[in-house]
Design a protein around this ligand. Structure first.
Ligand code: 5GP
Ligand code: MN
Length: 337
């Protein structure tokens, strides 16, 4: 963490402020965990704090302390706009470009509040007043833990905060299977356990909550929709609107499906394509050196990390799949390791 930027941000917080904390559209465990962890800490410091997310978050996060206080911009438009317009400071967590706020982008852009980015994605866009960007880390939640620890007010860091931070780290590392080969990540986990969290319980709350239809959607995706292209070390799963409807798709239900495609032996690139109302949403995962961040940036209006990225296509499902098939011969050699 850049300690001089962190110090500037701490100084901004030395008098009571009106603060908004926000995160990316379709927030995941790290987005919600880091936001609520920071929310509790800044509230404890005496600031007026609101967490505002663009749309709703997945059901497997509703146990998180403070979840019920989150404003959903999509449903609480007026209140959300008022808080954003009157804020002194807006914390932008777990994304690296304002367009990731989707329906919230314009309100944040036009607010006169100072904007502070705290994030771990590569290549943050220089459109924030202060940027704390750490790429070599497990998650934004880990950076938030370091940031709040740097205030030297340990009495304000309690079990609620620890639960939110742990959930963020756990979900962003696929339960400690990637992006976590850091001593520091595990040192933080040790501190969180010292604060009283129950890691088994949190794991169950997040992962053992599938609805029957979500489990069947996973089964269908693997048995009927998985395409394995061994010659390109690539596997993909495409899901149409009708298929998602058939399995009563809820936000968050497709989370994790792409990782199964990557678990196939010899596969180094996995793609999940989901048909939404007006576009195709893509999730990319890779093993090793191949950068899905670059792939998503170059061809699919997206980005993310080297081994996990997302993007959108406006060509429809058939043409998007055609585009992928056309791309594969050119990147085949980069995927052969
Ligand atoms: P997911 O596939 O889980 O939606 O996203 C994987 C990673 O890429 C996440 O860290 C997410 O924040 C990032 N990501 C997803 N979509 C986009 C996008 O459109 N633009 C950028 N810059 N990052 C994205
Ligand atoms: Mn994250």
């Amino acid at each position: 963490m850049d300690s001089s930027v962190a110090e500037q941000v701490r100084n901004l917080l030395s008098v009571p402020r009106k603060i908004v904390i926000t995160s990316h559209v379709n927030p995941d465990g790290d987005a919600v965990g880091s936001s609520l962890g920071l929310f509790w800490f800044l509230s404890g410091l005496g600031h007026e704090v609101h967490v505002i997310i663009p749309n709703s978050f997945p059901n497997f996060l509703i146990w998180m302390p403070g979840c019920d206080q989150i404003l959903h911009h999509k449903d609480q438009l007026q209140l959300s706009k008022e808080h954003i317009a009157s804020a002194d400071l807006i914390f932008c967590l777990d994304f690296n470009a304002l367009n990731r706020l989707d329906m919230l982008e314009e309100a944040v852009r036009s607010s006169s509040a100072l904007k502070v980015l705290i994030d771990h994605h590569v290549q943050p866009v220089q459109e924030f007043d202060h940027i704390i960007s750490v790429v070599e880390t497990s998650s934004t939640s880990e950076i938030i833990f370091d940031f709040i620890t740097s205030f030297d007010k340990p009495h304000l860091i309690d079990k609620r905060i620890a639960e939110c931070i742990y959930a963020g780290i756990m979900t962003d590392t696929g339960s400690f299977s990637y992006s976590c080969n850091y001593e520091h990540t595990f040192a933080i986990v040790a501190s969180l356990i010292a604060l009283g969290i129950d890691v088994e319980h949190i794991h169950r709350l997040v992962y053992d909550t599938y609805t029957e239809s979500r489990m069947r959607l996973l089964g269908f995706s693997l048995s009927e929709k998985l395409k394995v292209l061994n010659q390109y070390h690539t596997a993909y799963i495409s899901l149409t609107k009708q298929e998602l409807r058939r399995f009563k798709h809820q936000i968050g239900d497709t989370e994790g499906i792409v990782n199964y495609a990557l678990s196939v032996r010899g596969i180094n690139l996995a793609i999940l394509l989901m048909e939404r109302e007006k576009y195709i949403r893509l999730s990319f995962r890779s093993k090793g050196n191949f950068s899905v961040n670059e792939l998503a940036r170059r061809y699919f209006n997206g980005g993310g990390h080297r081994n996990a990225a997302g993007g959108n296509s406006y060509l429809g499902m058939e043409k998007t799949l055609g585009q992928i098939h056309d791309l594969l011969p050119a990147i085949k050699d980069q995927l052969d390791y």
